[in-house]
Design a protein around this ligand. Sequence first.
Ligand code: ATP
Ligand code: MG
Length: 630
Amino acid sequence: AQDPEPGILTGLNESQHRAVTSAASAILITAGPGTGKTRTLTARIAYLLTENQVSPDRILALTFTNKAAKEIQERIQTVGPQGGSCVTAATFHGFCLSMLMAHDDLTDRLLEEDTRKELLKAALVQVTKKTTGQSRLADDMDLQISLCKQRLLGPEDDLSDAGPDPVLLKQVYAAYQQKMQDHGGMDFEDLIVRFYQLLIRSEPVRTLVQERFAHIFVDEYQDLNFGQYELVKLLAQHSRVFVIGDPDQSIYGFRGSDHRFFHRFASDYPGCEQIVLTRNYRSTQTILDASFQLMSKSRPDPGTQKIYSQVNGSRKLIIKETATETAEAVAVGKMIENMMGGMSLDAINARKNEDGEDTSYGFSDFAVLYRTRRQGDVFANVFQKHGIPFQSADRKAGFDRPQIQLLLSFFRLMTRRASARDVQGLSTHFQSQVPSETRQIRPERILGPVWDPVRDKPGHEQLAVMARFLKIEKTISRDPLAAAAYDRIQALARVYDDPDEFMNRLALDQDSDLLANGVEKVSLLTMHAAKGLEFPVVFVAGCEQGVIPFARTGGACDNPAEERRLFYVAMTRAKDLLCLTHARKRQMFGVRRKMQPSIFLTDIEARLTRQETLGRAVPDKKQPVQLELF
Ligand code: ATP
Ligand code: MG
């Protein structure tokens, strides 16, 4: 056996070690953030491969993000006689896609978000016979249908308790499914429903799959929905299960997750071993204390979940007020520059390693977290203007760029999947870009010598050829968001050379997939996308009433308890320093609004924080950029 990655089995604490080596058939780890849950899960896989000689193809690890799955895969790559690469580590959706490809005659394509939404709207129009003023209803229907699918309910099932108008829902749901079928397509949630139904329907497939996976691991079990929960139960009939989670971090209730499944684990798997981890290896005690003060408001007995920091450092949290959202982004940028420049002694001391060597920050050590995507745009614009390198986990922003849309349209055209909209977009582009004499020539003919969809796989070289042909190369590289999307497309094309699988995997991509590890850039991401991640310095932006906790215009917050947990997730991503910023005024839903600091800030004791309030605005001549902001 090769040596496992150094450290993968060493340095575990006693409880982690017990979790890694336990012989129990079901194991439940309940523990707070940063206690090494995911690390313990990975270590156990390594342990099974090396010490118990379990064959890698008998191991299944289900995660919430592609990024987490990839990290598990990478860490166990070199472990065991055959290497860990045959271990299946995937998201629920990714796993179901692989299984449907292997065991079912899967010809339907996973529809891209835009196409899917169009079909849903068309279904709604067909049922209601109304063509306008339906967009809010379409969004509601979309959510309701997705929630039905998560409960494994089809349009033919009893939906009487689903949504405010079950009769309409049933009709729209049925019409939507029909339209997708006519289109040869399916949506995201169909993956889980279909695989689950396949297992129920086909005894041979069920037996094969159940017997294959002797060990099933689930990360973030607190965020399972009913379908995922039932799927795990069905898969795990004869296998050993190891699940980890933290009910305080359940943040997907709005999308159908239900942390009650987590609490039900012990009765679902009688005789399960329950392990609690209490040491936190991520954050300073100050950050943990502040986070616990926030959560203690919602917990009957805060003492039971107490965790203790193993990390040195005691920097106070910074709570910073700014005039506007732009000033907020400027202030965060300045703080980053200061810390980078070694201006802050504190920061440097906090990062000194055991030898006293200075290991001050790099751009990749910083993350800015926010509640709504729009806030991210402000940071991207300001950082771009001020030359602060950043990467944004906003898939939509990158993929909506016209250049990227064109590239994908062209890809679909060359692989005979183009829609009318693709063709329209391309012809407009050609009319503006291509010399008049070639306007009439079909793109297939021009690309013909280098690209034959029958002969050639649409590998990354072909995508590069397409980008050159479309003359969008250059414009992509000037635009960081488009560049990130393009890199991601290229990375997927390197792995998946079958056009259908490539497009399906692309549709399953998530925001956090756009964040590359080890690049010298500040990460911009939503609080939701930050789940499971960690950064030395974290800025949580927009800590204002109506932003976090979030509320629609004039409306109340839908789920204050979940918003609180989300804020807790955001705070506990920080290792050394946590900075919470809020603006006095902000553009929201198209209007400039006066904002109040988030109620969550008042739950943190003043002794743990350093407050930087605006006071009266004093124009500073040396910093002209701030003048316009006050
Ligand atoms: P979250 O709830 O946020 O998902 P988690 O419980 O999954 O957190 P991990 O991400 O696994 O926590 O670990 C947090 C950090 O602590 C990681 O950097 C990890 O490498 C480190 N860590 C965990 N256990 C140990 C240990 N025994 N020794 C040293 N570092 C550890
Ligand atoms: Mg984790």
